[in-house]
Design a binder for this molecule. Structure first.
Ligand code: GUN
Length: 282
């Protein structure tokens, strides 16, 4: 069997078209959605990510601001910028690109962002809201994965077992909570979990979010399962690849997300959705 692809590019296009309509309506009533993206230092990967985020904003008709600072910026200076953006009525979402230079405490900066503008969903208050089922911004990558499940008719996972591999604060943990909220039975694994294969073989949905190639191979997948690949790695030829052995797993799975063109575009799309929601609350 060959799995069906969950196309993150096509789904993003649909969701972004809806955001663009909402942005036009909001702008017409005097509230143009605004996102501020803050980049400190010269990490080349971060520079590409923030450029894509700003470009995506322009395409849906948002106001966007890209603030770029030297790696020598102090923590106090950055906190002062965040404070100014918190107070800026033209800005509905604030994103401070991570990682920050070593002399700046990531956590302190994220916590300085007003939860009402935390469109990344990284603030303790956003994470806590997800934990207790209150309204708050959801972290964009797991939120995008949930949208992909919804797109294939799996918005409700009652009776289904979902296995998440990886337990980062920005993907694995919030992913597990969102799957739970969708009524799934959830197991969170570490890449070093003993007999990981025995866990994943039981899963109707597997989310791989470790950041290592070939974490999930065909022998680890139940026939027909949905496989979501959050990984972004390079193979020996320097080509972009995920955590999943795509060529092997696609012969076993029922559905699979490709890399590139899967979860990646959905992450930025959900950032737009969160910013749109923030503007609609304003
Ligand atoms: N660095 C890598 N991914 C992200 C993200 O989604 N948001 C922020 N702020 N920084 C990142």
């Amino acid at each position: 069997m060959t799995a069906q692809l969950i196309d993150g590019v096509a789904l993003s296009k649909q969701v972004r078209a809806d955001v663009a309509r909402r942005a036009a309506a909001s702008t017409a009533r005097g509230v143009k959605p605004g996102l501020a993206v803050v980049l400190v230092g010269d990490n080349p990967a971060s520079a590409v990510y923030v450029r894509n985020k700003v470009k995506a904003c322009e395409e849906v008709g948002f106001h966007s601001v890209l603030e770029k600072y030297e790696a020598t910026m102090t923590e106090a200076e950055l906190l002062a910028r965040v404070d100014a953006l918190n107070k800026d009525p033209a800005i509905h979402g604030i994103l401070v690109q991570l990682p920050l230079p070593k002399h700046i405490d990531d956590h302190k900066v994220i916590e300085a962002i007003s939860p009402a503008k935390d469109v990344d969903g990284f603030h303790v208050s956003s994470a806590g809201a997800l934990m207790v089922g209150e309204a708050g911004f959801k972290a964009c990558t797991p939120y995008g994965c949930m949208k992909m499940l919804e797109a294939i008719g799996m918005a409700d996972l009652r009776g289904k077992h979902a296995v998440v591999i990886g337990r980062s604060n920005i993907v694995g943990k919030p992913m597990a909570l969102m799957l739970l909220a969708a009524n799934a039975t959830v197991t969170i694994c570490h890449s070093g979990t003993a007999d990981l294969r025995a866990m994943t073989r039981q899963a109707d949905v597997v989310v791989a979010a470790v950041g290592k190639r070939n974490v999930l191979t065909a022998d680890m997948v139940k026939p027909g399962a949905v496989v979501i690949d959050v990984g972004m790695n390079r193979n020996d030829e320097g080509k972009l690849c995920g955590d999943v052995d795509f060529d092997g797993v696609k012969e076993v799975a029922g559905w699979i997300t490709p890399v590139p063109g899967g979860v990646g575009p959905m992450t930025i799309t959900m950032l737009l959705v969160n910013t749109m929601e923030s503007a609609e609350r304003a």
